[in-house]
Write a protein that binds this ligand. Structure first.
Ligand code: NAD
Length: 354
């Protein structure tokens, strides 16, 4: 067995149907007395429901979160934080709501109690992202990692079918890349395999029956595992490409992950035999057809499989390949601009990778 380093980052996780109702007790144990609930405008009603459970421990709701955490939204949030003398943050929603709370925590060092409602996994990571002057900066700081996470599958029942699947593929992507991470270790790999198994088996059931709480629970369990993998080991080509495509061409986050994943795995397949073997067991395919199996999964669940379908323009592919290869980063297979340009061509057309 090879030597490895495993570092665990403590977080308290409460998981189960209706556990959101215990949010007050959880905030008390973090010492929060003046919480700000953070959400998007679309999830304001849910944010108000959470405020209701918190009672006088909640001083306000900030329903201003939008994708990619623009600086202007953080400034507005900081004004509210000061005015209401907030001491803790309770984001409820997907990566956008949790992202805004993380940006506020970066400035204030307030503890976060996160209540995720998508499968993006941000709640388990110390990674923050802020968009300023059209550029998205990301970084890692343990300060922004939520101290407590409440996973209540009931809250995911309202996720529309397309976002259920694409967000689930986003979680699978964390697991798939975690298996060939530069700093991979057996504990995180075990979580990654379990995450792929849980998500790939539950998504088809959810699509058939969106209110199936057993399947929803399994997907959310896979989400927790995927988020832990993302927060623990380094990612590679897939996450880099999604960051470039989302940041430079404004493609939707979960859609981009869904389209790119099979192609990134295809690109790396010959250079990551352990990861292919492990993923194939989890997804139920041959080890040399993991990329194809991921493509089939998305296709069978009716979500976009090509960059063209999600709004990418063919004339931007050359530039995207250039941006994605400008700075060196770890990837199991060496990266060069022409190889990435061909990958993007396949992804643009949406051809099954073989
Ligand atoms: P999102 O948070 O942008 O949510 C998409 C939309 O779905 C929003 O309108 C939201 O209100 C709505 N929504 C969320 N949950 C819902 C539910 N249960 N029912 C109905 N509607 C619901 O989407 P996301 O994919 O969760 O997050 C994307 C963002 O998160 C990106 O900016 C991405 O960069 C970031 N992210 C960060 C990390 C990290 O570790 N820092 C990890 C993953 C994603």
């Amino acid at each position: 067995m090879e030597a490895f380093l495993y570092e665990s980052q403590a977080a308290r996780v409460k998981f189960g149907v209706d556990v959101r109702k215990e949010v007050r007790k959880e905030l008390e144990s973090l010492g929060g007395k003046r919480a700000l609930v953070v959400s998007t405008l679309e999830q304001k009603d849910l944010a108000q429901e959470m405020a209701g459970y918190l009672g006088e421990l909640c001083v306000g709701v900030l329903a201003e979160a939008v994708q990619h955490v623009p600086r202007e939204t953080i400034n507005k949030g900081m004004a509210v934080v000061r005015e209401l003398q907030v001491d803790s943050l309770v984001p409820v929603g997907g990566g956008s709501s949790i992202g805004l709370a993380k940006a506020l925590a970066l400035e204030t060092r307030f503890p976060i109690l996160a209540i995720p409602t998508t499968y993006a996994g941000s709640e388990m990571t110390p990674i923050w992202g802020i968009t300023e002057n059209g550029q998205k900066k990301t970084g890692k700081n343990i300060i922004v990692k939520p101290k407590t996470v409440i996973y209540d599958p009931t809250l995911t029942v309202t996720l529309p079918p397309r976002l259920t699947v694409t967000s689930g593929m986003n979680a699978i992507a964390h697991c798939a890349e975690g298996l060939y991470a530069e700093n991979a270790n057996p504990i995180i790999s075990m979580m990654a395999v379990e995450g792929i198994t849980a998500l790939s088996s539950s998504l088809p059931k959810i699509l058939e029956q969106p209110e199936d709480l057993e399947a929803r629970s399994k997907a959310l369990y896979g989400t927790w595992l995927g988020g832990t993998v993302l927060g623990s080991v380094g990612m590679a080509l897939h996450h880099k490409l999604c960051h470039v495509l989302g940041g430079s061409y404004n493609l939707q986050h979960a859609d981009t992950h869904t389209v790119i994943l099979p192609y990134a795995i295809w690109y790396n397949s010959t250079h990551a035999p352990y990861a292919m073997e492990a993923s194939s067991k989890a997804i139920g395919s041959d080890a040399d057809d993991v990329a194809g199996a991921l493509f089939d999964l998305s296709k069978s669940l009716g979500v976009p499989v090509s960059l063209e379908e999600i709004g990418m323009k063919r004339e931007d592919l050359d530039e995207a390949a250039m941006i994605a290869t400008r700075n060196p980063y770890y990837n199991p297979r060496p990266i060069d601009e022409s190889g990435i340009r061909s990958l993007l061509e396949f992804a643009f057309v949406g051809e099954r990778p073989i």
